[in-house]
Every structure is written in structure tokens, then in C-alpha cells.
Design a protein. Structure first.
Length: 128
């Protein structure tokens, strides 16, 4: 093992930000995110249904991501901005939501201009 610039190197690769903390934004109502919030944990804490809208993404935004957590009993719906798409691994969908699983989470990554992909998740999520 080798430490370079404060990061552990394994087989020549850096473990980027392995000890960094996520910035956490907690909301109780509908939100429209912006690209400055990528790389952050977005938490919804509401007993009623809420919608989080992803920002419009450019081709240069590919690789940016959001982590989401729903920590209350209300439905959390994640939707793309105008003209956007979310892919759940098998199909392009309108929205991605959870309402049957308290404490559900997922990561959504930008894969192309205004196209988002669900790359991991826990709990029960569904698509429309």
C-alpha cells in the first residue's frame, strides 16, 4: 500500500474521496435540483408525496450523479427535467419512485445529454 497526496493507492489506482463526506441536502417538499448539487446526497423527509426533478444535463455532464434517500412515509418521485429520460436498467421511464419502502435509496447518474440512469438502489422502487 502506498499513500500519494493523502490518498491510498492500490494497484496504481487512487481511491478518490474514499474518506470524504457527502454534502447532505434534506428537503420536506418538492424540489428542482441543479447541476451544482451533483455528487450530493438528497434526502426527502416528508409524510406526504413529493417530487424531485433532475436538472437539464449537457453532454459534458456525463458521469455526474445524485444519491437519494427517502426517510419518511410519503412517496418520493424522481423525474427528469423537460425532455429528459431516466433508464432503470431495462427501459426508459417517465419517473422513478418509492412509496412502499421507508428508508429507500438510489443513485442516479448522468450518462449523456439529458439522459439519466439508475445505477444502484436499495428498497422498493418502481417506474412509470
Amino acid at each position: 500500500m502506498e499513500i500519494v497526496n493523502g490518498q491510498e493507492v492500490i494497484s496504481g489506482a487512487y481511491l478518490l474521496e474514499c474518506n470524504s463526506e457527502f454534502k447532505v441536502n434534506t428537503y420536506t417538499g418538492d424540489q428542482t435540483l441543479n447541476m451544482n448539487q451533483t455528487g450530493q446526497l438528497i434526502v426527502m423527509n416528508s409524510a406526504s408525496n413529493q417530487i424531485i426533478t433532475l436538472p437539464i444535463a449537457a453532454a459534458a455532464d456525463a458521469g455526474k450523479w445524485f444519491a437519494f434517500a427517502n426517510i419518511n412515509t410519503g412517496r418520493l418521485t424522481i423525474g427528469p427535467g423537460t425532455g429528459g429520460q431516466i433508464n432503470n436498467g431495462t427501459a426508459t421511464t417517465g419517473t422513478f419512485y418509492t412509496d412502499t419502502d421507508y428508508i429507500a435509496g438510489c443513485i442516479i447518474k448522468c450518462v449523456a445529454a439529458n439522459k439519466w440512469a439508475v445505477i444502484s438502489g436499495n428498497g422498493t422502487w418502481a417506474t412509470t
